[in-house]
Design a protein around this ligand. Structure first.
Ligand code: CTP
Ligand code: MG
Length: 228
């Protein structure tokens, strides 16, 4: 199986509020996007396409390792992944799609996703259980019901796809569609989406607090970078 990966890095990071695009923000000295690329390569992906904000393309090219393909993104994550998909090597039979904003993703999660695709799943997402009591509220904020937690899962990236399946799903999607992940794109096309175990380390950096937590994880005793 020849697996390629698309890293969605074209967002601005408005909720993080840094003076750089979020993917270029350093975590312990290394940009988030570089850490996301490292995990994919360590996990066995053969090639990586990084989708970047057009205005900062040169900064991304300077930060990323050689061999990584850089393409301009779009106004939405969906448009950015669509642009990345067009740049994937025609020889790739599997495509992983990953957020640059998940810098501590373990290679083991990448391996689990690749194994599920190699075993025949057309689409697979890493998931974690929901541990908090989860409720529905009305417009006034009053609790109306509790949601049974057992079947709920939090969905992470990298998400894996049979290449042909992902391309067909994007080809059938409205040009202006804006979905939050790629599993939603293939599910719209009727494709079953399998799950594998995710990892808390795949957490997405969204707000400043997430970056502080990620730095703490890297400083912790059992971190692979504990010497930092
Ligand atoms: N992304 C992208 N193209 C866009 C928007 C988002 O490639 N037009 C990417 C981001 O770079 C990020 C991932 O999609 O790695 C997940 O999106 P999110 O966490 O929402 O990042 P941002 O859109 O950059 O942040 P914000 O919504 O706070 O502005
Ligand atoms: Mg966003």
């Amino acid at each position: 199986m020849h697996a390629a990966a698309i890293v969605a890095a074209a967002g601005s990071g408005s909720r993080l509020g840094a003076d750089l695009p979020k993917a270029l923000v350093p975590l312990a000295g290394r940009p988030l996007v570089c850490r996301a690329v490292d995990a994919l390569l360590d996990g066995g992906v053969a090639e990586v396409v990084v989708v970047v904000p057009a205005a900062q393309r040169a900064q991304f090219e300077a930060a990323l390792p050689t061999g990584v393909v850089v393409v301009d993104g779009g106004a939405t994550r969906t448009a950015s992944v669509r642009a990345g998909l067009a740049a994937v090597d025609p020889a790739a039979t599997a495509v992983l799609v990953h957020d640059a904003a998940r810098p501590l993703t373990p290679a083991a999660v990448v391996v689990r996703v690749l194994e599920a695709i190699a075993a025949g799943a057309p689409a697979v997402v890493p998931v974690l259980p929901v541990v908090d009591t989860t409720v529905l509220v009305d417009d006034d904020g009053l609790v109306t019901d509790a949601v049974p937690r057992a079947p709920l899962r939090r969905v992470q990236t990298p998400q894996g796809f049979d290449r042909t399946t992902l391309e067909a799903a994007y080809a059938g999607l409205d040009a202006d569609a804006d979905l939050t992940d790629d599993a939603a794109v293939v599910r719209r096309a009727g494709v079953p989406v399998a799950t594998v175990a995710g990892d808390e380390l795949c957490a997405k950096v969204t707000v400043a607090h997430d970056l502080v937590l990620a730095e703490l994880v890297l400083r912790s005793d059992d971190s692979p970078e504990a010497s930092w």
